[in-house]
Design a protein around this ligand. Structure first.
Ligand code: MG
Length: 366
């Protein structure tokens, strides 16, 4: 029996690479549903190539249909490759009905991880991480007990060595250059401020239940080790690979099996001369500390972290605020927030909108 896959966000980078992986394994997987933000020539091409039974286009259909796709009996695996919170309800829905959820989207896990985890426990749904670091940690943890430490690796971004005094004058052009991975603008800025790594600390906490103070970030500019796990006996396991998202995508689909894939290049260890590691500088990269603060406070603080970052990054790209204002306005938004003890998807939406408005007004005043 082929596994039936629903891909939410099929025309984005993770979506297209997921279809790439499925194309290599058409005997094992079939695409039952595709969802995209807009009806584009790429979506039409995907429909022709994979003949899905269901297609959803966010710009001209009712959003609740997306949740129907994520929860329908015809889907065994739901791939969450959407941007922002667009698949919030759909992911929560999939977690209530026992799906295998291959998740690439950070915002949903950061904001609604508590709800999703609770649902998974009840329904037997499983979260398979697609984020390369979390896939690495997941692979290192297979067959193991509780780790002593999770070591999340980070490329460090383009400003790893920039003196603090020069950081306020960083331009969007400088920040949009990323050394290893080719990504969208928002993620590229988040990688440069290390907020992306901050989100990943929260993701790791959600996915593996490891205490926050047992999750460490280590800068590894070569991005060959995708993350590591340390155990009680001092042994450390690491997962290495070329920076190619098709590796974590394929494993999220094929777990517990591993599949060959001729189009994914192997690392050439002979040409790999150096691997270096250094601690991140929390003083120059305050976003890391803000993420830790948000998840330590818990409740709806992680939602505020995500929402504040959305607008801060947008305002920086629009040259309304300085690079160093990004963490400053996020900190303001966290301090301003009055958290809810219990909350659902609707509350997350409401807090996101309120935070967007609040941070927009902050950015205007700067
Ligand atoms: Mg990552």
């Amino acid at each position: 029996m082929k596994k039936r896959v629903a891909i939410l966000g099929s025309t984005g980078s993770i979506g297209t690479q997921t279809l790439d992986v499925i194309d290599q394994h058409r005997d094992l997987y079939e695409v039952t549903a595709l969802a995209a933000g807009h009806d584009t020539p790429l979506l039409q091409e995907q429909i022709r190539a994979f003949s899905p039974k269901h297609v959803f286009v966010a710009s001209n259909q009712d959003a609740s249909i997306l949740t129907d796709l994520a929860t329908m009996d015809e889907a065994d695996i739901v791939v969450i490759a959407t941007v922002g919170l667009s698949a919030l309800e759909a992911t929560i829905g999939a977690s209530t009905c026992g799906k295998t959820i291959a998740i690439a989207n950070k915002e949903t896990l950061v904001s609604a991880g508590e709800i999703i985890n609770k649902n998974c426990k009840k329904s037997g749904a499983r979260l398979h991480p697609i984020d390369s670091e979390h896939s690495a940690i997941w692979q290192c943890l297979l067959g193991e007990g509780k780790p002593r430490k999770i070591i999340l690796t980070a490329s460090g971004g383009p400003f790893r060595k920039t003196p603090k005094s020069e950081m306020p004058s960083i331009t969007p052009e400088q920040a949009l250059k990323h050394p290893s991975w080719n990504m969208g603008k928002k993620v590229t800025i988040d990688s440069s401020t290390l907020m992306n790594k901050g989100f990943e600390i929260i993701e790791a906490y959600r996915l593996f239940g490891t205490a926050i103070d047992q999750i460490e970030v280590l800068v590894h500019p070569q991005s060959i080790i995708h993350s590591m796990v340390e155990f009680v006996d001092g042994a450390i396991k690491a997962q290495l690979g070329v920076p190619d998202m098709r590796i974590p995508i394929q494993f999220a689909l094929s777990y517990p099996e591993r599949l060959p894939n001729p189009v994914i290049p192997a690392i050439d260890l002979d040409t790999l001369t150096t691997m270096t590691f250094e601690r991140p500088d929390n003083d120059r990269f305050p976003c890391l500390g803000l993420a830790v603060r948000a998840i330590t406070l818990g409740k709806t603080y992680p939602t505020v972290l995500c929402a504040a970052d959305d607008i801060a990054v947008e305002a920086f790209l629009d040259r309304k605020i300085k690079y160093t204002d990004i963490p400053a306005v996020i900190e303001d938004a966290l301090s301003h927030h009055k958290a809810l003890d219990t909350f659902d998807a609707q509350d997350i939406r409401k807090i996101t909108t309120e935070t967007h408005e609040y941070v927009r007004s902050l950015c205007q005043g700067r």
